[in-house]
Design a protein around this ligand. Structure first.
Ligand SMILES: [Fe+2]
Ligand SMILES: [Fe+2]
Length: 198
């Protein structure tokens, strides 16, 4: 397998021969990659919002995302596969479209929309028929932390808004990113559906 994997590299013949376990291991690699990208955004934020309250929340959040990446890594290993470098995952597609975040509000807005999508993806996956018990266990564990992630990030953006042109400007940033994210997620759906075994 090449060092940076993309689903488009799989020929129709290979796709037909892939077992459900092989597809799931790839899907979990995308989940793992998204968790790690989320952790990278938070590490970046650690340098931008340096007050004590933000640092405590950021560190707790970072520790959650690293644990999520580890849970997916364990699940990949249990399926007899190895973690791979994902070349065209959700977050890298998003990063390419959004460009370089300029300041704390950009990073928080990106975190907010990626977190909303993560909850949606995990809940949708958990509702699929025939999901095995171990995968369900991991999906539940990673989903359980997300509401707190969304709530503290949202609160922090409100708190910081006056320094960044007011709440309306912050809302515009969120909406701009949300529109880009919707497009990116659409481009990812076909790959994800295939990897879920449908
Ligand atoms: Fe997560
Ligand atoms: Fe999260």
């Amino acid at each position: 397998m090449p060092s940076a994997f993309t689903v488009s590299q799989l020929s129709p013949e290979i796709r037909d021969r892939m077992s459900l376990e092989q597809r799931l291991a790839l899907l979990f690699n995308f989940y793992r990659e998204a968790e790690m990208h989320g952790a990278r955004l938070l590490l970046n934020l650690h340098r931008h919002i340096t007050d004590g309250d933000s640092q405590i929340k950021l560190t707790r959040h970072l520790s959650d995302e690293c644990r999520h990446a580890w849970l997916w890594t364990q699940r990949i290993d249990e399926l007899g596969a190895a973690p791979i470098q994902v070349g065209d995952g959700y977050q890298s597609r998003l990063g390419r479209k959004v460009g370089l975040p300029r300041h704390a509000i950009d990073l928080l807005a990106l975190t907010l929309i990626a977190e909303s999508r993560a909850i949606e993806r995990y809940q949708l996956h958990a509702k699929q028929p025939g999901v095995d018990a171990r995968t369900l266990e991991v999906l539940k564990a990673v989903s359980a932390d997300e509401p707190w992630h969304l709530s503290w990030v949202g609160e922090k953006m409100k708190e910081l808004a006056p320094q960044y042109g007011g709440q309306a400007a912050v809302d515009r940033t969120i909406e701009k990113y949300r529109a880009i994210e919707r497009e990116v997620y659409q481009s990812f759906l076909a790959d994800e559906t295939f990897l879920m075994g449908k």
